[in-house]
Design a protein. Structure first.
Length: 224
């Protein structure tokens, strides 16, 4: 875990699509620092988010992929819940994405009291989303992942929860997510001096055999 990336992209920019159909392409200079160019580009994709429907005081962020963010009726149905702020998840890759991502707008410190905060305040919000918005996403054939930002060593760290496909509601229950966060808190405390200060993202994947989340990948920020 915590292995360096194979390279990076710089000079990212928009250029007019040569097809002449009024579209734009995202291009950048790919620099490979380890291995060959072919190794570095395997599974390569670029993704980013963009706002779609705002909310006055949202509890959740929900990012939906193409072409669903162009489905006006679907977006309006999701936006009928005023607690959800909706955005586009724009992903450029060789595969069509059927993945939506949701997260709480609240971030919190991984201190001894976080467990109580999550259980008493944040868990009911997760249940609310799963009972309200998730059925609408599921009806469109979408799967779902969860994003939660936590604070450790004075820095924000993004946690990404990848459930077992087809079992999203069970895998993304507040109890399972809380267990995953607890695992992350232990990992960060154990690696506080060496690794934790430079960690940017931790990806957790649901393990069917153990029926809980396991840390799949740790990504470090690149200091410039």
């Amino acid at each position: 875990m915590g292995e360096p990336t194979l390279g990076y992209i710089e000079n990212v920019r928009l250029i007019a699509d040569k097809s002449g159909e009024g579209g734009w392409s995202v291009v950048g200079d790919v620099v490979i620092t380890q291995g060959t160019l072919l190794d570095g580009l395997k599974g390569f994709s670029i993704s980013f988010t963009a706002p779609l429907i705002d909310a006055e005081d949202p509890e959740f962020l929900l990012y939906i992929p193409y072409p669903h963010y162009n489905d006006r009726e679907f977006v309006e149905d999701l936006a009928s819940d005023s607690s959800v702020k909706i955005g586009k998840w724009i992903k450029k890759s060789a595969e069509i994405s059927e993945l939506a991502i949701f997260g709480l707008t609240i971030s919190f410190w991984l201190r001894p009291v976080w467990d109580d905060l999550y259980k008493n305040d944040l868990s009911p919000r997760i249940r609310k989303f799963l009972s309200g918005s998730w059925p609408k996403l599921k009806a469109k054939g979408l799967t779902l992942e969860h994003l939660q930002v936590v604070i450790h060593s004075g820095r924000e760290i993004e946690l990404r929860f990848i459930p077992d496909r087809g079992k999203e509601e069970a895998c993304l229950s507040p109890e399972q997510i809380q267990g995953g966060i607890r695992l992350v808190a232990e990992y960060l405390d154990e690696n506080n001096q060496q690794e934790a200060p430079v960690i940017e993202r931790i990806v957790l994947r649901y393990a069917t055999d153990s029926r809980c989340y396991e840390i799949a990948r740790v990504e470090q920020r690149v200091e410039i």
